[in-house]
Design a protein around this ligand. Structure first.
Ligand code: NDP
Length: 245
């Protein structure tokens, strides 16, 4: 297994959850990290902890193509290159279609699908020119199955799966592509559910009790990052052992 010495890893959604844990592990293994999210104080605190020589951030809303390109350019200016992108930022405002929470649908599509596409666009030509690079997209087990309330969220995560496969085929030989499908892990994600009846229904199914630490998913990101350039771990499905859905 390779260490990540001198690798430059760009991570979206690095202010909490999987992104934050993956950033810490990357630096522990010798990588430099370029971190994006909207909450500046969280990014600053993390970069201060990781050290200016290893970590740099730029406040980034992934729904803005210009801001995503700004993040990639910031990383290239600071560290000379982007070796790997972890397209991790995401939201999960679950609700039944009948509730018609169309603003939340729009936002989910913008963050979870367009954010991933803009991330790819921001590094694609850089990686193709260098004939080397890696893109890790975070989908969900909701990208493999649908439940009542997850129609739109699942739609966005199925899209991440399709985009990952298309990216793999179109960039073969140059970009390593991984799509990760986590089950229930302890992060701030559930806070993005604003429909209280949906949140109650989810919690009554005991999902909170089986959820496992975010570090376990961060470790799967690291596993993908540690592969030799000639090898791509294309898919990782990771659930709590006790998760029955
Ligand atoms: P968190 O809520 O802890 O982290 C989400 C991150 O995304 C935050 O850093 C947040 O930062 C960022 N983010 C949200 N919206 C935007 C935006 N518009 N622009 C930039 N950044 C944004 O949740 P997780 O760590 O769990 O989520 C990470 C990924 O994992 C998501 O794609 C999620 O769908 C997926 N996932 C999570 C599962 C779980 O059980 N936790 C299960 C399956 C998939 P900020 O608010 O500062 O912008």
């Amino acid at each position: 297994m390779n260490d990540l010495k001198d690798r430059v890893v760009m991570i979206t959604g690095a202010s909490s959850g999987f992104g934050r844990e993956a950033a810490k592990m990357c630096v522990d293994l010798g990588a430099k990290v370029v971190l994006g999210a909207r909450r500046e104080e969280k990014l600053k605190e993390l970069c201060d902890e990781l050290g200016v020589d290893s970590a740099s951030y730029k406040v980034t809303d992934v729904t803005s193509k210009e801001q995503m390109h700004g993040l990639a350019n910031h990383g290239i200016e600071k560290f000379g290159k982007i070796d790997s992108l972890v397209n991790n930022a995401g939201i999960m405002p679950l609700s039944l279609l009948a509730k018609g929470r169309t603003d939340e649908w729009d936002h989910m599509i913008d963050v979870n699908i367009k954010g991933v596409l803009y991330g790819i666009d921001s590094v694609y030509s850089h990686m193709i020119e260098r004939e080397s690079g890696q893109i890790i997209n975070i989908s969900s087990v909701a990208g493999k199955r649908v439940m009542p309330g997850s129609a739109v969220y699942s739609g966005t995560k199925y899209a991440v799966r399709a985009i990952s496969e298309g990216l793999r085929l179109e960039s073969s030989g140059k970009i390593q592509v991984t799509c990760i499908y986590p089950g229930a892990f302890k992060t701030e994600l559930a806070f993005s559910i604003k429909d209280e009846s949906m949140l109650e229904a989810l919690m009554s199914r005991g999902i909170g009790a089986v959820a496992q630490p975010a570090e376990r998913v961060a470790e799967s990101i690291i596993y993908a990052l540690q592969q030799d350039p000639g090898v791509s771990v294309n898919e990782i499905v990771i659930r709590p052992t006790a998760q029955d859905a």
